[in-house]
Design a binder for this molecule. Structure first.
Ligand code: ZN
Length: 455
């Protein structure tokens, strides 16, 4: 045993590790179990001791049995064999990757060492979350420091990855966005905030069950953050796997720099000091309107839909959703005639039938605006609009003519000026593609996208 301890002492050179090794030496004779094992032709020294903070966990240290060992790895050993196997596979992979990388690298010196250590972030009867800290070390230099966090279910032995727990990524993105927007203090740009709304499951690195809350570590652009959210706020976001693994016990108080305890508001009152414009979509609803609505919802944008009366009944769910999502619906006549060619009675019927269809379908929404097809309007038409306000546009994207996503997108962006009213058609797939791209970009540039009546 003293021989093992003496070998281990030689292995470790960083100041931090020297402290650990002195602790190890102090208890080595009494408590630790040291063995020399033969793996793939290497002699490895393996030393077990009790984890300082968690007596039921064994801290195992493994190193090559050479005077200048190229790696020293420490990892926790739990009572669950399935977890231990996964942790060993993980640390073996770290060592193998390092040894391969080192063998190819010209500047690698004899005293260079991969050091892997761990800290337990959370440990209760259901889950354990471990941070693995790895770094490369030379006598005067530490570099490539990197932490990876793994969470395991202590009952099933499975690793818990974000995808196992989060079922509704946009829901999570919404909470994080609302929270960050309300607590921004000017740190995040509008572009970074919009990136947050694009959060996908791959950007979420870790989920950490903290008893009564759950922590998410995620990356957005250059930023990596950990934010914890109270369990009660996550009902619609996490799947059944999450409910199975959370326990109400709190054996330790986690240190959480950011903890969301109340649901932030999705409401975004219009800021009168910020730039705004209105996107308007004519002739729908169409087949592509629902994915446009998805994008408007995601990026917190509103629009005005000038709908054609005869399209309404087949698209009842779309009309309902436009109203529910806070968009404006305008009247674009029943079947898109040139109103200047109609009698007063026919104009009235075009308007009234469409008003009735919107109202019946939506459960009482009454459009206030009318957009005459082709912008064809004169005083006689105006006199027969049944009291509705005519609403034209300031920017015509001519999307129906070109039907080219890039061209339409460029025209929308070129038309983005204070209080612009931009005309697009949501019945053409390329127009909808361009509009979705523009909505994201305009929001990233800080534009408020409002309805015509909100201008
Ligand atoms: Zn039209």
């Amino acid at each position: 045993m003293p021989e093992i301890a003496a070998r281990l002492k030689r292995l470790i050179r960083s100041r931090h590790s020297v402290l650990i090794s002195l602790c190890v030496l102090a208890v080595a004779i009494a408590l630790t179990v040291g063995i020399i094992i033969q793996v793939a032709g290497y002699r490895l020294i393996s030393i077990d001791r009790r984890d300082h903070s968690y007596p039921s966990i064994i801290a195992r240290q493994i190193a090559r049995d050479t005077p200048e060992p190229p790696f020293v790895v420490e990892y926790p050993v739990t009572k669950k064999t399935a977890i231990n196997t996964q942790i060993q596979t993980y640390t073996n992979q770290l060592v193998n990757n390092y040894m391969q990388e080192r063998s190819k690298r010209k500047d690698a010196t004899e005293d260079e060492q991969l050091q892997v250590s761990y800290t337990i972030r959370w440990y209760d009867s259901r889950t354990i979350t471990v941070d693995f800290i790895r770094q490369k070390h030379q006598t005067n230099r530490i570099w490539d420091k990197y932490t990876e966090t793994l969470t395991f279910d202590l009952v099933t032995g499975n690793q818990l990855r974000p995808a196992d727990i989060i079922k509704h990524t946009l829901g999570l993105a919404n909470i994080l966005y609302d929270y960050r927007r309300a607590n921004n203090h000017g740190q995040w740009t509008s572009a970074e905030l919009i990136d947050l709304l694009d959060l996908n499951i791959g950007s979420i690195k870790t989920v950490i069950p903290y008893g009564s809350s759950i922590g998410f570590t995620y990356s957005v652009g250059q930023r990596t953050e950990t934010v914890a959210i109270k369990k009660a706020l996550l009902a619609d976001i996490v799947g059944s796997a999450y409910h199975a693994i959370t326990s109400s016990e709190s054996p330790q108080k986690p240190t959480l720099s950011e903890l969301i305890t109340t649901m932030p508001s999705r409401d975004m009152p219009i800021d009168p000091n910020s730039k705004k414009l209105a996107l308007t979509f004519d002739d729908g609803p169409g087949e592509d309107t629902s994915r446009l609505l998805d994008a408007l919802y995601k990026y917190r944008a509103h629009a005005t839909f000038f709908v054609v009366g005869k399209n309404i009944a087949p698209a009842a769910p779309i009309i309902k959703r436009e109203v529910a999502d806070g968009h404006e619906i305008g009247n674009h006549t029943w079947d898109h005639p040139d109103l200047r060619r109609l009698s007063g009675g026919d104009i009235a019927r075009q308007i009234q039938d469409t008003q009735a269809a919107v109202s019946q379908t939506s459960g009482g929404y009454i459009p206030r605006l009318v957009r005459p097809p082709y912008g064809s309007i004169d005083n006689y038409v105006i006199a027969n609009l049944q009291g509705l306000t005519p609403a034209l546009w300031t920017v015509d994207t001519q999307d129906w003519l070109d039907r080219n996503t890039d061209v339409i997108y460029d025209r929308i962006m070129a038309g983005a000026r204070q209080d612009s009213i931009i005309l697009i058609h949501d019945i053409h797939p390329r127009s909808v593609d361009a509009a979705i791209r523009a909505v994201r970009q305009l929001r990233a540039e800080g534009w408020q996208l409002v309805t015509v009546s909100q201008l």
